[in-house]
Design a protein around this ligand. Structure first.
Ligand code: SF4
Length: 351
């Protein structure tokens, strides 16, 4: 049966649903295999998770965040109570939703520096982090409607999706929500050119937008100026991993706050695009060399050592090309009115 579609909504055919369920199951099994490796073969699991999956994620969030949101194994797990009919299907208030968004930003900035202290070198700890997020997400899934509490709420990746996903290439059908239940407004999946500045209902939303847009470029820059600690010998060395990321965060946040205070509101989206491009470009500027043996911290973040076979000029060429691409796409190019996903058919609010 062919999918029935209106301009902004789509009802997937049974065949399409089946195909998406197969893809989601396959990706979920890959996720489970990586989780198992992190616990049983940590050195393999760390490479698969931190040096292959995570480095691909920012580019995917620029190009097709909807693809990730359709197949993310954590999302598939956390939406299970809703899919199986065990959820109370509550709706978050605007205030609760705003608080969840701010907690997600805080969680991102708290967890990521800990990669240097623990997670980058400790497979079981990384597995525990993933399991903890699944436990929180599934627990919330028993109470709240569809993606509102986790995927569009507490997930620490969601603020990054919002920042990077402002001018996507690919819009796909929504393969997670069977019907749109208006669980979150505006829906990040279904709103064209969604970004941190798209939700300003509450002070919580505004603080979240400020922190992620202004702070992320500097946070990423600072993060790459900290080596992975072989062992954390004191509380001081534990908190040392936060110093550079937080300094960077405060520096770009100050610049952003200054600019946003003096420009007209109509330029805010452009500014978001500029800071998004700076953040994702900065990530690959440091991450690509580190993956291939040209990093500043020896074997930190190494995937395969090509330093003896590849010229550093080639690596610079890749990073410069990526930077041009991200600045063009997120800052210079016209917004293309695309959303991450096509909204499923809406349930009428009075039904
Ligand atoms: S499509 Fe509808 S049900 Fe799904 S996350 Fe968006 S608002 Fe919620």
């Amino acid at each position: 049966m062919a999918p029935t579609a209106t301009k902004k909504q789509i009802q997937l055919s049974e065949r399409s649903v089946l195909v998406w369920r197969l893809v989601q199951t396959a990706v979920w099994l890959v996720g489970a295999a990586i989780l198992t490796c992190l616990l049983i073969f940590p050195s393999v699991g760390i490479v698969l998770f931190w040096d292959i999956l995570i480095p691909l994620a920012p580019a995917l969030l620029v190009i097709a965040p909807g693809l990730w949101r359709n197949v993310c194994p954590l999302a598939t797990t956390n939406l299970m109570p809703r899919r199986l009919g065990f959820s109370k299907r509550k709706k978050l208030t605007a205030k609760q939703s705003g608080i969840f968004g701010l907690v997600a930003v805080a969680a991102l900035y708290i967890i990521v520096p800990l990669r240097h202290a623990v997670f980058n070198t400790n497979g079981p700890a990384t597995a525990m982090l993933i399991i903890a997020m699944a436990v929180i997400g599934v627990s919330l899934g028993f109470f709240y409607e569809w993606k509102s509490a986790w995927c569009s709420g507490l997930c620490p990746i969601h603020p990054v999706e919002k920042l990077y996903g402002g001018n996507v290439f690919l819009t796909l059908p929504n393969a997670q929500c069977d019907k749109c239940m208006h669980c979150v407004a505006p829906c990040p999946d279904s709103t064209a050119n969604f970004g941190p500045e798209s939700t300003k209902k509450t002070t919580w939303n505004r603080i979240s937008a400020l922190l992620i847009t202004g702070g992320l470029p500097g946070f990423i820059w600072g993060w790459f100026h900290v080596p992975d600690a072989a062992s954390i010998s004191s509380i001081g060395s534990f908190f040392a991993v936060y110093q550079m990321p937080m300094l960077g965060l405060l520096a770009t946040l100050a610049i952003y706050s200054l600019i946003i205070a003096i420009i007209q509101t109509k330029y805010e989206r452009k500014l978001t695009g500029l800071f998004a491009a700076a953040a994702v470009s900065c990530y690959y500027w440091y991450r690509v060399p580190a993956l291939f043996g040209f990093g500043a911290w020896g074997r930190d973040g190494l995937l395969i050592d090509l330093s003896k076979t590849l010229s550093s000029v080639a690596i610079t060429g890749i990073t410069v090309t990526l930077t041009i691409f991200f600045f063009y796409r997120l800052f210079l190019a016209e917004k293309n009115r695309k959303s991450w996903l096509i909204r499923p058919v809406k349930l009428k609010l009075n039904s």
